[in-house]
Design a protein. Sequence first.
Length: 427
Amino acid sequence: MKRFENKVWLASPTMHGEELKFMTEAYETNWMSTVGENINEVEKITCEKTGCGYAVALSAGTAALHMAVKLAGEEVYGQTVPGRGALGGHYVFCSDMTFDATVNPVVYEGGIPVLIDTEYDTWNMDPAALEQAFTKYPDVRIVVMAHLYGVPGKLDEIMDVCKRHGAILVEDAAESLGASYHGKQTGTFGTYSAISFNGNKIITGSAGGMLLTDSREAAEKVRKWSTQARENAPWYQHEELGYNYRMSNVIAGVVRGQYPYLEEHISRKKEIYERYQEGLKDLPVTMNPFDEKKSDPNFWLSCILIDADAMCRQVRSEHEALYQSEPGKSCPTEILETLAAYNAEGRPIWKPMHMQPIYRNNPFFTRDGSGRALTNAYISGGSVERDGKPADVGMDIFHRGLCLPSDIKMTVEQQEQIIEMVHGCFE
Ligand SMILES: *Cc1c(COP(=O)(O)O)cnc(C)c1O
């Protein structure tokens, strides 16, 4: 097989032309800053598409998550205290297997992330592990959950656990814009939620994000906080902590041009997912799963999980990976290196936060409640293992899973070649 002449990307921006029209409009009318028609329009479109009450356009999904966590903190613990943030040293339950932008905002606001293990059915926060965490820390009042790779998590169960414990849900829908659960869009289940328009997401602004909420008061607060928290006065009057987080009207032009293509992007991503599913069905692998009865994912990234008994030996240190090729078996490292050799981009599964040096000492809960029990386990390459096997679900999926090239512009022929490459790894 020949190396791809042009790189096949994991997920790159797919532009359509209208983005340039709206950017040019911003330029020609000189609305080049954080006020303008494009911003107003994308906020309106976001409310229409998702069904949320209010949307506030911000500079990034991370900024939106920061504002969401701050709103939740102030709601539960009162006003932000200088030096202590809005969370003031309180614990917050967070998804564990996710991008670190889900969890970091908790620390920005002075909170301590308590990491909740993953389930195998949707690769998201395990409601049973969340329940275990509430058993140990019944006073926690905020839960931050992500919908990984565009697949809605177990919202019925998570919402039920939150309700029983009087906790607020913050939803990280950065990867799942357009995905729905019981026909309702992700990003509308949390009291405060975030979406992202980062360059590789389902639609992009090159950058950008949005806070979604049904509370007008909360939306107005974020509008104010994100523009440096100016009071209504003839001079720069400040009574609250401010941020420079508002979306630019130029960026909003890109988002505005992309929105009409959201459904088309989702259809393309779904075709990619289904083509992999069909093309790899004879191999000892499964696709990233979802609940067919309850959810419609946006299929942002297509991932596979290699059967445990089809894994060749693979070890990962903090910065490197090694594997030993075996006939009939493979591993994420072998597949990722093979793809790279052919000029195609895959990616490991998000390395769980409890395995990251920055969060390694934070509390962590699995569904058997063992938390970070080191008894009967040993530290290996930065991860806790029991009897040489992954000690928890997140670690196991990280060990056996990977993201395949899922770029919308990939041709059918290119995807078929990728399927062939994966087959080659198992020979
Ligand atoms: C991309 C992403 C974010 C952050 O969004 P940015 O716009 O890049 O700041 C947050 N959480 C998850 C799960 C993401 O994938």
